[in-house]
Design a protein around this ligand. Structure first.
Ligand SMILES: NC(=O)C1=CN([C@@H]2O[C@H](COP(=O)(O)OP(=O)(O)OC[C@H]3O[C@@H](n4cnc5c(N)ncnc54)[C@H](O)[C@@H]3O)[C@@H](O)[C@H]2O)C=CC1
Ligand SMILES: CC(C)CC(=O)C(=O)O
Ligand SMILES: [Mg+2]
Length: 355
């Protein structure tokens, strides 16, 4: 029987399969892995009528780690009761229990001028958005009639405390001055008031040495654009983290560069955390899918690096992939999203050459 790590691969829709194909080549270049491909999203609805077939979920549960491309067609269904591709991702996150979504963002040397922010604002930025991933609005009770609709946001103390613990641990690992900025809307929302109490209580009891501040989400959105270097660890709930992390794309210059790790348990620096999920932060980008390689595969490739580090405990290989991406960019690799002409295929080749 193979002793290679078993990876469940869910390419999904739109640019998902395009970026996944590139990332798998990089994965196979750094080691031996057994890869099983499964359906999710619109691709799964087309073939099976459901966005996350049992066979896909079983495959992810049996795997050491799961890689996901992206799902969605970009369309909002006319019939709210019809299956939606995005339900596949939400259901997968819930079923795997991956409550801790880490979205690292840094200024990449050589790319300081690639985004809309001034280079001196971007230089040196190195932050992680720690997003609660299995609670809040995306999982609350909802309903809709022809005349009204509602969504509910609920959090328990335990849900808040376990994600806050991840944020404080990451800050400790980053260094003595690294701060946690907890983002909420405590001036309005009951869930945010509980969030603030629980985060502050945990800090007082167990992490008094970690600098902590609380920021309202609207101010946080503004500060991310005006002073991104003020942040080390941004700790926040599900929807705020979804929105703020897309905003952080202005730091490296494209959402196509951003990766994520979703963990079902605290970080294990030795073995890695089994049963975790790794995906770029972008969606299926229907506007550029199937257009001759306009998609950057770098966020997906960097998600492979996060899988190697956090999912499989293979720090050396993770570093190698990240260095190869940095090297390729430093040497001038520019895909369309960064204003260049390199295709997805060119980007993958540049990374492979730098490995
Ligand atoms: N985890 C997932 O599977 C996610 C799925 N979605 C779904 O994706 C679909 C499209 O959503 P959008 O709002 O358009 O968000 P999106 O992230 O797919 O695209 C936003 C913009 O970024 C660009 N972009 C995204 N990834 C890129 C890449 N790798 N290289 C170059 N450019 C890239 C797109 O071309 C587009 O202009 C929707 O159905 C949405 O629900 C959105 C976010 C996450
Ligand atoms: C299906 C969406 C909730 C996914 C998304 O936008 C995200 O997780 O960033
Ligand atoms: Mg999102």
């Amino acid at each position: 029987m193979s002793t290679h790590p078993r990876i469940a691969v869910l390419p999904g829709d739109g640019i998902g399969p395009e970026v996944m194909a590139c990332a798998l080549e990089v994965l196979h270049a750094v080691g031996d892995f057994t890869v099983d491909e499964h359906l999710i999203g619109a691709a799964a609805i087309d073939k099976t009528g459901t966005p996350l077939p049992d066979a896909s979920l079983d495959g992810c549960r049996a795997a050491d780690a799961t890689l996901l491309g992206a799902v969605g067609t970009g369309a909002v269904p006319a019939d709210p009761d019809s299956p939606r591709p995005e339900q596949g991702v939400l259901e997968l996150r819930r079923a795997l229990g991956v409550y801790a979504n880490l979205r690292p963002v840094r200024a990449i040397p050589g790319l300081e001028d690639a985004g809309p922010l001034k280079a001196d604002r971007v230089r040196g930025v190195d932050l992680v958005v720690v997003r609660e991933l299995t609670g809040g609005l995306y999982f609350g009770r909802r309903g809709r009639t022809a005349h009204d609709a509602f969504d509910t946001c609920a959090y328990t103390r335990d849900e808040i405390e376990r994600i806050a613990r991840i944020a404080f641990t990451l800050a400790e690992a980053k260094g003595p001055a690294a701060r946690v900025t907890s983002v909420d809307k405590a001036n309005v929302l009951a869930t945010s008031q509980l969030w603030r109490d629980v985060v502050q209580g945990l800090a007082d009891r167990e992490y008094p040495h970690v600098p902590l501040d609380h920021l309202l989400v609207d101010t946080a959105a503004m500060r991310l654009a005006t002073e991104p270097s003020a942040f080390d660890i941004i700790l926040t709930e599900n929807m705020f983290g979804d929105i703020l992390s897309d905003e952080t794309a202005v730091i490296p210059g494209s959402i196509g560069l951003l990766a994520s790790a979703s963990l079902p348990a605290p970080i294990d620096a030795g073995e890695g955390v089994r049963g975790a999920l790794f995906e770029p932060i972008h969606g299926s980008a229907p506007d550029i899918a199937g257009r001759g390689g306009l998609a950057s595969p770098l966020g997906m490739i960097l998600s492979v690096a996060l899988m190697l580090r956090y999912g499989l405990g293979r720090t050396g290989e993770a570093d190698a992939v990240e260095h190869a991406v940095d090297h390729a960019l430093r040497e001038g690799l520019r895909t369309a999203d960064l204003g260049g002409t390199a295709t997805s295929h060119d980007a993958k080749r540049a990374v492979l050459a730098a490995l």
